[in-house]
Design a protein around this ligand. Structure first.
Ligand SMILES: Cc1cc2nc3c(=O)[nH]c(=O)nc-3n(C[C@H](O)[C@H](O)[C@H](O)COP(=O)(O)OP(=O)(O)OC[C@H]3O[C@@H](n4cnc5c(N)ncnc54)[C@H](O)[C@@H]3O)c2cc1C
Length: 601
């Protein structure tokens, strides 16, 4: 069979189904509302595994695409194959074909924007193609005919290729713990793979040409992106560079105010990749001036930190920007950095040194969800998730003011331990916008804050639109029922921890009403940084769960004792990324054990 045809079918098969699904959703939305809602509630929204404690839990739609992809690939693995050599060759071809989009689709954020899909969905596709490339590479190596001694170099190449493919496939497992190491090795192995593949495929003309196109696309998009970021970060005429103009320390997050060298236009839902470079003076030590050796040591540590920071880039939602009614672009934007275990922890600790540090921004990326087309919008946020919701509030209030939004009810439910100073200030600017209140009897904008660190339950009403529930969990059913009573199609968007994400999805899918449309915002907070306490009456302690936690706790304790020296070394070397994997795991598991026991059987 013609190789081009194989390329088209394998690569376009899942894409075709995805586009068909999207088209069906769009057409269905206008033609057959029943079919559209059926697709949403039975294919798009439901996850395949129950519960919230899963590392991976794809939706039915994603599994459908995966099955289609696997069956098409399996078919071509077997189609018109008569010998072992042919099988091995075909597997090799399919492996290279799967590598083409992986190599060409750089950077992923840019491609996600071009295709109009979320970064999350594109990363899923990237993983699926990567795994298949690795699998086909393995098949190619296993079934390859015995090579003559003279072709030893070719065999070595094949082996390198195989190892690189395997590492590429399995590295994501460590992604969640040591992201920086994952990223560097991922890029390094991708380059090694690209080179070895080129040498290994020999005379396969079509494959070579396709690879050339993929490499060219990768280099071109890389160059274009570099030029674009240089242009947006440096204003050559005025010699201005993006820099941190203010740092606001909060318990929830460290908020950076960034001064841009030129006006940029931002949309809600966008994010930027940030690299921070401290100015030279901030690398000097002030406190250890009397002891030269100590000063030298500290200076070296700080310089190493400067270098480490300079090679890292982290994505953050553009949570706020200063614009006026007359100008949609701005020179000032804000990002909120919630503390995790690596770079974010160091940034939080060194926040006082960040004033006037240089910032290198790559972006903005991400697409704006058109909430203004819905009759009602209900936002859920926990902890730092509010920073992903705020830009939408800002955008929607502007649209309501301009009379370009259908929204009649806008509800925000924020569950938090701490109130960061800047959020109430920003919210106040929205609440004070008198245009938002068109009809005094119907508060269009309503904000419910569930503050969990307060002793004693109470409800405080602050004006018509702001309610603070102290020490009370949000009742998801109640919030959904309110929307049902009003009968408008409601967009439910969330930036919440896994447990609440699961609860919202579960309640919506389990309910009778089909007025809800679900949207996950681009940033979802991590579980460990927020203690979203369970409603004790609903979540009874299961003995098996306690047993699993107990075993894990014991394992962590043992590992921790053996790795005590390793942890100390990591800490001393400033490798915060590696450090928590030893020590904090014990704490996290112990907390979970205590929590599960406390809830009682
Ligand atoms: C589109 C998007 C928008 C985000 N917006 C915000 C925001 O507004 N506020 C906020 O506090 N956090 C946001 N995050 C999360 C933030 O990027 C990570 O918490 C941060 O990069 C962790 O850095 P760390 O070195 O401290 O991480 P670690 O403690 O090493 O890891 C913590 C987690 O962050 C992930 N991570 C680490 N580095 C990166 C990276 N460079 N890119 C992607 N993921 C990474 C790891 O996989 C891990 O799951 C956003 C993430 C994405 C993908």
């Amino acid at each position: 069979m013609d190789l081009i045809l194989i390329i088209a079918i394998i690569l376009l098969g899942p894409l075709l189904l995805a586009s068909t699904l999207r088209l069906a959703l769009r057409v269905g939305r206008h033609c057959s509302r029943k079919a559209y809602i059926w697709l949403l509630y039975h294919v798009v929204y439901p996850r395949i595994l129950p519960g919230d404690m899963h590392l991976v839990n794809p939706s039915r739609a994603e599994i459908l695409l995966l099955l289609l992809h696997w069956s098409i690939t399996g078919f071509f693995n077997a189609y018109d194959i008569h010998s072992r050599t042919e099988f091995s060759r075909r597997a090799g071809q399919i492996a290279v074909l799967h590598m083409l989009p992986l190599l060409a689709s750089q950077p992923l954020s840019l491609l996600a924007d071009i295709l109009g899909m979320s970064l999350h969905t594109l990363l899923y596709g990237h993983t699926v193609f990567g795994v298949m490339a690795a699998l086909q590479g393995v098949l190619h190596a296993i079934f390859s005919p015995k090579v003559a001694l003279t072709a030893r170099s070719s065999k070595a190449m094949a082996l390198t290729l195989l190892i690189a493919l395997l590492l590429l496939a399995f590295l994501p497992v460590v992604k969640s713990r040591v992201y920086e190491i994952f990223l560097r090795t991922h890029v390094l192995f991708s380059i090694a793979l690209a080179v070895t593949t080129w040498i290994h495929i020999g005379n396969e003309v079509i494959l070579k040409r396709s690879l050339l196109v993929a490499y060219a696309m990768c280099i071109a998009s890389g160059l274009w992106r570099t030029c674009y970021t240089v242009r947006s970060n440096i204003h050559f005429r005025t010699s201005r560079i993006t820099s941190v103009s203010d740092v606001i320390d909060g318990k929830l997050a460290t908020i950076l105010e960034l001064q841009l060298p030129r006006d940029l236009h931002f949309k809600p839902g966008q994010y930027v990749y940030i690299t921070l470079v401290k100015r030279r003076s901030t690398c000097r030590t002030e406190d250890a001036r009397q002891i030269p050796s100590k000063q030298l040591e500290l200076c070296v540590v700080r310089m190493l930190q400067c270098v480490r920071w300079a090679v890292q880039r982290h994505p953050f939602v553009i949570t706020w920007w200063q614009d006026s009614m007359h100008k949609s672009s701005t020179e000032r934007m804000y990002v909120a950095i919630g503390q995790q275990h690596g770079w974010t922890r160091e940034v939080t600790a060194a926040s006082t040194e960040l004033n006037s540090a240089y910032a290198w921004l790559d972006g903005p990326y991400g697409h704006n969800i058109r909430f203004e087309e819905y009759g009602a919008v209900l936002f859920f946020a926990t902890g730092a998730g509010i920073f992903a919701v705020q830009p939408y509030l800002k955008g929607l209030t502007r649209l309501i003011q301009a009379g370009r939004a259908k929204i009649r009810r806008l509800t925000i439910v924020w569950v938090t331990d701490v109130l960061t100073e800047k959020v109430p200030e920003w919210m106040e600017t929205l609440l004070h916008d008198s245009y938002i209140e068109r009809d005094a009897s119907l508060p269009l904008l309503r904000i419910a804050i569930h503050q969990l660190d307060k002793a004693g339950k109470s409800i405080e009403k602050c004006g018509a639109r702001l309610i603070v529930h102290k020490n009370t969990q949000p009742n998801i059913d109640e919030y959904l029922q309110e929307q049902v009573n009003h009968g408008r199609t409601t967009a439910v968007a969330f930036s919440v921890h896994a447990r609440l994400r699961f609860e919202i999805r579960d309640k919506i899918l389990g309910g009778k009403s089909r007025i809800f449309r679900l949207f996950a915002l681009s940033y979802q907070p991590h579980n460990a940084d927020f203690d979203y306490r369970l409603d004790q009456s609903k979540h009874a302690c299961k003995r098996s769960r306690v047993a699993v936690w107990a075993i894990l706790y014991w394992q962590c304790c043992v590992i921790n004792r053996f790795h005590g020296i390793y942890c100390k070394l990591c800490k001393q070397a400033g490798l915060g990324v590696l450090y928590p994997s030893c020590e904090e795991a014990e704490g996290i598991v112990a907390n979970a054990l205590l929590r599960d026991c406390a809830t009682g059987p």
